[in-house]
Design a protein around this ligand. Structure first.
Ligand code: ADP
Length: 164
């Protein structure tokens, strides 16, 4: 039986904190599906096609990693693809409290699915997508927080407001 994990998030954008969680989890699973969760009624900062493309570029050639889109509950997606694990990263105690509630409710409703947490590397703790969007929105250079090898020109945006 294959050990398949879902790494869900909005990844708006995918940054080096996310990349690190995926790379550190690779030895633990046979397959990791990075699931970009989206809501057709909610506007994101970066378009879904770009987010999908960037993540696919970062893990190009890594057979164990897939990138997929999903509009709905992560547990439903787990069922659809036969995944037994949900992977999450923990930065702070507030992440822990938030994630704990979701993981425990998921466990009650879907006992066959385990949520696995990895503590972020200390140097990635302050990195979050909101700050990166803010830097980009104001014309700053956020490249040190983004995975290597991506075209930084594609991150430039005009006249769009970052979501909170
Ligand atoms: P969400 O919208 O679900 O918070 P994100 O795209 O912000 O999704 O994050 C997806 C996952 O990556 C979450 O488990 C989150 O805790 C984790 N994560 C976010 N930032 C970091 C970071 N700097 N280091 C490690 N993990 C992180």
């Amino acid at each position: 039986m294959q050990k398949i994990a879902i790494f869900p998030g909005s990844f708006d954008p995918f940054h080096i904190g996310h990349e690190s969680i995926v790379l550190r989890s690779l030895p633990l699973f046979d397959k990791i599906i990075i699931m970009i969760g989206y809501n057709a009624n909610k506007k994101s900062f970066f378009p879904i096609e770009k987010r999908m493309k960037w993540i696919s570029q970062v893990f190009q050639g890594v057979d164990k990693i897939e990138v997929r889109l999903h509009d709905g509950l992560t547990v439903d997606f787990c069922r659809e693809v036969g995944a037994g694990y949900i992977l999450r990263g923990l930065r702070t105690s507030s992440d822990f409290e938030y994630e704990r509630a979701i993981a425990q409710v998921n466990k009650q409703m879907h006992p066959e699915i385990e949520t696995v947490f990895l503590l972020t590397l200390p140097e990635h703790t302050p990195i979050n997508a909101t700050i990166i969007r803010d830097i980009v929105f104001h014309g700053g250079d956020a490249s040190i927080f983004l995975p290597k090898g991506l075209d930084m020109n594609e991150f430039k945006v005009n006249s769009k407001k970052p979501n909170s």
